[in-house]
Design a protein. Structure first.
Length: 269
C-alpha cells in the first residue's frame, strides 16, 4: 500500500499549456486613404466650378488670358461654349431699351383706360347712351357726339343740351395735357348757303365751334385743334336716315402717338 501511494505521488501532473492571446491579424483598410483622396478632389473640383461660375466677366477674362499663356490657346475653352462655362451677365443698373418700351406702353394703355372710364361714367350719369360714346382703338381714344345732341340741322349753333354736355366733357378733358383733335363730320347730303358753300365748311365750322366752347371751359388752347372732314369718313351708310344720322357727328380724339410723345418727354427730363 505504501508503494502504491509513493508511486501515485511520483506521477507528474501534466500542466495545461498556456494559450497566448492571439494578436489581431486583420490587415489595415488601405482603401480608406484612396477614398479620402477622391472625396477631397471632388470637393476641390466643385469649389473651383462654383468660384468660376460666380466670377465677374472681367475677372474671368483675365483668368482665361493667364491660363492661355501658361497652357496654350487651345487648352482653355471659351465661355459660353458647350465645353466651357456659361458666364452669368452682370445685372445692369439702367433698364434696357425693351424694358423702357414695355413700361412706356403700359403707362399709355393705363392712361387711355382712365380716359375711357371717366367719359363712360359721365355718359351713364347723364343718361347719354346713344348720343355720346367712347371707345379705345389702336389709334387712340375716340369720343363721339351726335349732331342731334349738339346742333340744329344744317347749322353750327349749339343747343342748350349740347352746351351743358360739352361743359361736363370739358371738366374731364381739362385735366389732360395731351394733344386733342376735334373732328367734324357730315352726311353726304349736299349743302350750299352763303355761310357754308359745301360740307367742308360746315364740318370745319362745327369742329371750331366745339373747340371754342371747350377752351372756354378750361381746356388748354395749346393742346387742341379743329378739323373738318365733310362726308368722306362715314361710319355708316348714307342711304338711310339712320345711317346719315350716325355720320353727322363730332369726334374728340386723343391719339395714342400724342400721349406717347408726352410720356416720352416726361421720362427724358
Amino acid at each position: 500500500m505504501a508503494e502504491d501511494t509513493d508511486t501515485q505521488a511520483q506521477v507528474p501532473t501534466l500542466a495545461r499549456p498556456l494559450q497566448e492571446d492571439k494578436a489581431d491579424t486583420r490587415k489595415p483598410a488601405t482603401w480608406l486613404a484612396t477614398f479620402a483622396d477622391l472625396v477631397t478632389l471632388l470637393m476641390c473640383f466643385f469649389v473651383l466650378l462654383f468660384a468660376m461660375s460666380t466670377t465677374q466677366q472681367e475677372t474671368y477674362k483675365e483668368l482665361v488670358k493667364s491660363l492661355r499663356s501658361a497652357l496654350g490657346a487651345q487648352t482653355v475653352p471659351e465661355a459660353g461654349t458647350r465645353e466651357g462655362l456659361t458666364m452669368h451677365a452682370v445685372p445692369s443698373e439702367e433698364p434696357s431699351e425693351n424694358q423702357q418700351i414695355d413700361e412706356l406702353g403700359g403707362m399709355i394703355e393705363k392712361e387711355m383706360d382712365e380716359i375711357v372710364s371717366e367719359v363712360r361714367e359721365l355718359v351713364l350719369f347723364n343718361k347719354l347712351g346713344g348720343e355720346v360714346s367712347v371707345v379705345k382703338t389702336e389709334s387712340g381714344v375716340v369720343i363721339t357726339m351726335s349732331d342731334l345732341l349738339l346742333f340744329s340741322e344744317g347749322g353750327t349753333r349749339l343747343s342748350d343740351k349740347g352746351l351743358d354736355i360739352l361743359g361736363k366733357v370739358a371738366s374731364v378733358l381739362s385735366k389732360l395735357a395731351y394733344q386733342v383733335k376735334i373732328k367734324g363730320h357730315t352726311d353726304s347730303s349736299p349743302i350750299s348757303s352763303a355761310f357754308y358753300p359745301s360740307n367742308w365748311e360746315l364740318s370745319a365750322a362745327r369742329a371750331a365751334r366745339v373747340v371754342r366752347l371747350l377752351v372756354a371751359n378750361g381746356v388748354s388752347p395749346q393742346y387742341i385743334s379743329a378739323e373738318g372732314y365733310a362726308h368722306y369718313h362715314p361710319v355708316a351708310t348714307n342711304d338711310t336716315p339712320r345711317g346719315r344720322a350716325l355720320n353727322r357727328r363730332v369726334e374728340i380724339v386723343y391719339e395714342r402717338d400724342s400721349i406717347a410723345r408726352q410720356f416720352a418727354g416726361m421720362n427724358s427730363q
